[in-house]
Each structure stands twice: as C-alpha cells, then as structure tokens.
Design a protein around this ligand. Sequence first.
Ligand code: ADP
Length: 671
Amino acid sequence: MFKKILIANRGEIACRVIRTAKNLGVKTVAVYSDADRSALHVELADEAVHIGASPVSESYLLKENIIAAALSTGAEAVHPGYGFLSENPDFVDAVEAAGLIFIGPSAASIRAMGLKDAAKALMEKAKVPVVPGYHGDMQEPGFLAAKANEIGFPVLIKARAGGGGKGMRRVNDARDFSSALASCRSEARSSFGDDRVLLEKYILNPRHIEVQVFGDNHGNVVHLYERDCSLQRRHQKVIEEAPAPGMTAEMREAMTSAAVTAAKAINYSGAGTIEFIVDGANGLRPDGFWFMEMNTRLQVEHPVTELITGLDLVEWQLRVASGEPLPLQQDDIGIEGHAFEARLYAEDVPKGFLPAIGTLEHLSFAPDARIDTGVVEKSIISPFYDPMIAKIIFHGKDRSDALDGLYAALRHTQVAGTVTNKDFLANLTRHQGFASGIVDTGLIERDIDQLTNSTKITREVIAIAALISLLDVPKSSGSDPYSLIGAFSLWGATNNTIYMKYAGEAIRVDVLSVNGNDYECLVAGENIFMPQCSIMCRHDASGKPVYKFSSGNKTELAYARWPNHVAIFDESLTSTFEIPDPLVQAGAQGAGSDLIISPMPGLVKKVTAIAGANVGKGDSLIVLEAMKMEHTLVAPRDGVLAEVNVREGDQVIDGAVLVALLPAAEEGKTP
Ligand code: ADP
C-alpha cells in the first residue's frame, strides 16, 4: 500500500478519498486554489499545496502544478476524484512520466472510451449491445439526415466528445433535423472543441441503469451490481439508487455480464461504470438495454453501491493501484437492502435551478444518514465551482424503508445562508410514481410544476420569526451570546413593530405582549395568538448549540440566527427572513435612550424635530419611508433635542443616528 498520496481534486470527493486513506494509514496531500485556502479538504489532509488562482483553469486543471505538488511532497500516487483531470489521458501520461502512479485506469483504457463513437464501435465488436444508430466517420449533413430517416424518428444527435448532458439534441421530425444538427454542432465545437456527432435512436420511456465494474492489474474484472440513475433533470442525475427497482435476475445477469465484457475488452483496471440506456416501456427485458458510454473513474453516486455491498470503493481503488489483486471474487460479492443518494445543491429552484452562492451560516444534517460533504458551517459556496453542498445517502432494509429514511434525512437537513434544492428533493421522495418504483428519465420534466411547488409560508411562521427577533436578543458582550435566553420580557413597551423582509417582500408584524409569555401578532391583517412562547438552546452530540422556538400551538421549530437574519426550519421548508437588528429597533424605541436611530434603510419623508427644541415623550420627530411603509420615529422621553442630522429627502442607512437628545444630566445647564 502507498505511504502518501496526492488528491487532485476538491470538495466532497477530496474529503471522501482522505477519509479512506486515513483508515488505511495512508498520508494525504491536498491541493487548493485561492478560493479554497480554508476549505475542508485542506484542513483534513496531512499536507496541502497551493496550486493557483480560483478559476479551475488556473488551478485544478493545471497538470504541471499538480504533478509538481506531488513530487515536492513525496507523494507516490495521484487520486483524481471525478471531474477535473479524472478522465484526461494526457494527465495520466504526465503522471506516469513523472514516476508517479495514477489511481485509475491506463491512459489507453481512457482513450478507448473517451469518444462516444469509437467506444460504441469497440463495444459492437465485443458483442455488447449498443443503441441502434450511426456512429461512423461520415459527417456530411445530407448523409446524416438520410441515416436519421433510416433509424426512424425520434432520433438523438450526440456530440461524440460530449459529456455532462451537453451536446445532445432530440429530433422528433425529419423537418427539424438540419437545424438541430447545426445547433448541436456549434455547441459541441464551443464546449468540446470537436463538432463531430453520432446519431442514436431515441429510446422512449428511457431508464438509465449503470453497472459498477472493477478491474485489477492481474486481468480480473468483477461487477458490483447496478445503480438506477433515471431521476434526471436536463440529463443531470438528481437522485440515484441501488439496486434498480424492478430488476430481475435474468436482466441483471445480462447487464452485468455485458458490463464485465466491456471492461475486459479494454483491459480495464480500477473503478469504472458502464452506463446503459434501458427501454422501460414494458418492464425490464434482457433484450431492451444498450451501452451508452463508460465512465473511467469513480462516480459521484458510488456511495449507494458501497452501502448495499458493504465495500469501500476508494479502498479498492488504492489497493488495485498499488498492485494488489481485487480484494474479493465475484461470488463473494453480495448485496443487502436498498440505498438512495440525493444531491443537495445551492440552487435557486424557482429561478430555474440557477446555481446559487453564499456563506453557509448554519448547516446541520440528520445523524443517521451518510453525509458526504466538502463543507462545514461558515464555508462559502463560491461561484467558481460546482455548488454541491452534500450528498445525502440512506441505506434501508428495502426500497420503501430507504426512501422513507431519505425523506426524513432531508427534513432534518438544515441549511441557511443560501438557497437550496432541498424542498425539491423532498418533493421527489414523496412523488407517487417514484415511490412505487416507476422511474424514467422524463419523470422530473413531466411533473416539474408539482415538484417545484413549495409549501407556501404561513402567517404563523412569519409571526414566529418576529417573536424570535424580539425574544432571542444576543448579548453584545460575554462569552455566551445567548445567555439572555430564558428571560422573555420585552424591553420597555409591550407593543413592538417588527419590519422584516421575506423573499424580497417587506412584511410588518405588530407584536403585543398580552400576558406573560403569550403574544398576539398582527400579520397581514390577521391576528395570530401565540401562547406560551419560549426559546430553548440545547447542545447536540457534537456540542453545537441548537436553537428552538416553541409555543402552545406550534411545538418546537428549529431556527438559526446570524446578523440581521433568522432562518426557520419547518418540515422540509426553510424560511429566511431579513430583520434589522432588534437592538437597533430597541434603541430607537426604548425609553430612556438619547438617540433616535434609523431602524432600517429608508427615505426621510418629514422632519419635525428642531435642534434646541423641547419635546415630550411620544412627540413625532421624523417620518421615515421604508419597505413601502411610513414609519414615525418618536421622542423616547421628555427632553431637549441636541442635534438633528437629517433633512427631508435624505436617504439613510440602517442604524444611522437621526436625532440626538441632550443627555438628561446636561439639561438645564447653560452652554
Ligand atoms: P453525457 O455523456 O453527456 O452524460 P450520455 O450519453 O451519458 O451523455 O447521456 C445522458 C443522458 O441522456 C442519459 O442518462 C439519458 O437520460 C439520455 N439519453 C442518452 N441517450 C439516449 C437515447 N438514445 N435515447 C433517449 N435518451 C437518451
């Protein structure tokens, strides 16, 4: 076994590889870009080397810098993870030329499978079924159009160098063929620098089922069963599972032996995946699956295979690369139960799944799920890399048990500081067709409206956000910022108005303390009675404080606070509110204060305060317009105005001192 390896990757997969290396007593070297200086993979590794600027083309894709890092730290081998340089045969050549070992297949195996057309020709020769179509050299549009007619519509035009769901066009009708071909070509040219295409029959009701294979340097190849990755959005996997629902012994035998044949045809060594497209129209039939492509690396979704086989695929990769034979023979590899993986992303689902960024102000996961992640609380999801937050993986005794477990794990997942696709994932786990095992790659697109239709925020949750902002007042000094929790008295007045923003919309909540811990909240014209309100702070197993709000009509809701924000976790829904600092609001309204402070950014509409004037408690001094509402700021006590800092028409920031009273002690003194 190696003594030290370098991981040429970042994020969750770098952390995943480090975990196994640690278990095996192998030292690890991380590489990092500017943006990843304090990333989790850097912290977990034994050593770390800076390799460049934040953009991937200036760091994680720089072969020379990565190899130099391996040589300077004395690493013997390089693990590429997935993505980046993992399927780049020139990188493998360079690694080997530097006297290092590439933890993965040979450059020749990667080249053989690198282009979809050549791979299909090779598979045809090895008698592995391939999708009917054309994958020859002729690229003349008229010739391809004739081929498409022969294959029969719908057809799929695919860039031969394509990947990641890019460079594909479905064509339903001969009339649309030439324009689809042209647009596919131009996308292929700009994305992959190669505009050659192949044609495939478009499989209706397609399912994506892939087989995990493993080879060693001694000519052995085994399979580790199949995964079903049919739940896709725009050809990108969303939830994966193993084994495939509805799999029969006959179909599994046919698919796994085709996969092993495919791997043997290219003398495969290491972890690989043979992806098949399956016609799911009438159940699984051994004559209804075809080779699509081979991924010559570890897959994102490898954990579901690990959970049903009980094996560590990264351990196998390290053993095989260091020259050991496969740890097990085919007959010794079995499966148990069912596993799901959901990909949790920082994504704005209502905005068409737009990648999101942000600081993870709060992050916590279900304790009984497997979580593969590369981030921790306060990590930044930057615009430079894939916005994946974590893979949430659950193993159950059967499919419905595992799916229930995944749903529960998603509900327990709390992320604040960025938007996520968690609600969408939770909706998917509750989708009736999916739950009954009827899956195909079109499911998400067909039911997208239902799946992205989030539960609407309730007035009660809005009231709770306002109450939290009033009750949970962090102390400005002291080691425990929340030591005030438990003392529920509101400062001064019993009437408080809280201005908040939710999803960009201004919300006003009037909170009236009616009796002890009972409150009445006026939200959008409706009075909501919240009896017996309290805030609790507990510590979880890791010692991290967990804050909860409870009341007589809503039992315990977890929440997170960070400057000017509250996020409330209700079932799978996360509601984030922007709330100006309550201390500022208190300062502006509290009795005895000398300063009238702007509680929020706004426009000064009216100034009635005059420096030097005598005022009585409650006199109107300034009218501020903010969040489309007028807000009157009044004198907190009887006194003399020392200074007035604003004029009508001024824009003021949150926390600005608008008016100051002469300190009570100085009143009556002659200046
Ligand atoms: P990429 O390399 O870009 O991931 P693939 O060839 O693996 O592209 O195909 C990605 C997805 O596109 C598949 O999982 C499947 O959903 C769909 N797909 C691919 N080929 C076909 C086909 N012939 N008919 C229908 N759908 C297909």
